[in-house]
Write a protein that binds this ligand. Sequence first.
Ligand code: FRU
Length: 486
Amino acid sequence: MKKWTKEERYRVLKSAEEIRELHERTVLSDYRQHYHIQSVTGLLNDPNGFVFYDNVWHLFYQWCPWGAVHGLKYWYHTASKDLVTWENRGVCICPGTEFDNKGAYSGSALPADGFVYLYYTGNHRDEDWTRKSYTCLAELRSGKAFKLPPLFGPNENYTEHQRDPKIIYREENGKYYIILGAQTKDKKGCIIIYSSDSPTEGWSFAGQLKVPGFEDFGDMWECPSIETISGYDVLIFCPQHLSIRGRGGAVHHSGYLLGHMDWDKLIFNPDNTSFHVLDFGFDSYAAECAANPNDRSKATLVAWMGLPDASYPTDEEEWSGCLTLPRELRVRERRLIQQPLDELRALRGKKLDLEATDILPRVCELELICRGGDLSLRLFAKEDGSGGLVVSYDDSAREITVDRSELERRFNTELGEQRTRPLPKGLFHLRFFIDRSSVELFVNDGDAVFSSRIFPVEGESRLIIDGDASAHLWELGRAVEDDFVV
Ligand code: FRU
């Protein structure tokens, strides 16, 4: 595998021509997705600035052009009218200036009058590589980002880890808030809050968010957000370096607390003591939400189908990463429910007859109505019926498990190859969205989600269903183009 020097990783992209050849090689990969957002070259990580503006959904992501490596990060812009079909719009925020000399890191968007504000972290490094995070602002006008002066610099009472501004406007008091993921000097993950009467100036530190019961929960909280969904406040964040039951050796998580946010006292009071994992699959991180333009109490979530400090089989092909499908969020029985958007049905092509074939297309949707009892499925099993991605439901334990260990191409094995989630009410419904190198599984109508990258090889092609269920299988069409827009 390529060893990257700092100079190579942090090189500034001067012209699209520098990566044309890399793009041409990348698109030949057997693992390029057909309906998930992926980068033109190099590495994609967090989704950023997800917003509905001027009748279009805008979604940006962290992009390092040079290869499957975390280096200089750009904001790359994609857009969609229906949240299903996406078009590449090209680079949006370019790093490399004074305050973001080593990256335009994650952030969020706020629609304004005739344009959109983009808030992001300017990852600045001094010559001696000391990091300083600036909370930066740009205006998106006619598809181009114009940088404004940074809103504020690093907070000296926290370590260098402070980033990922989420902008929140509160109609009640006409105030703007920015919440940042941060780390206290004694290495505890937390959220710090700034406020202002204006989106562009006058920002000052308001305090550290109090989250009773979560004072010692990981050493850094990345990508925080507070959303209001079905009348609940939902605090979404990514705690790092901690173990969670059922999550194998994974140490970075993406999850949420349901409760009530007191903006006057800056306290988030969780309803109970549970941190809920957002996605039980192997690859999901840095979720980003967009408000629904027609109903402010609803939100749509998208996440990076990947993890920090992990590697993937396509690293050898010099590219990595894709986003999850956008999902509609609602609250049911004090839990977030994540459902695939209805609009996705437009991608359905031919319905396949499972009596006649057991070949699982590489791009398809599979639905199972389960009638009770144990159930076991193998996706991309071998000719002899062994192997594949194993999904099994144990009715006596009332648990569902996704097991990646029997696929030929194994990776990130040290993080564990099984993920289990209890289903106290049993199993009644499974819906899989399969793309060329991923599987997203929605269990019981969005009660649990498992998003995972998989990399089937030749000979891994069968679908095996063992249990009492009726199954429906559709081919799915293309919704992203692999065109070279930089
Ligand atoms: C999360 C993260 C963010 C940061 C970004 C850099 O994956 O580490 O905290 O802003 O990625 O690409």
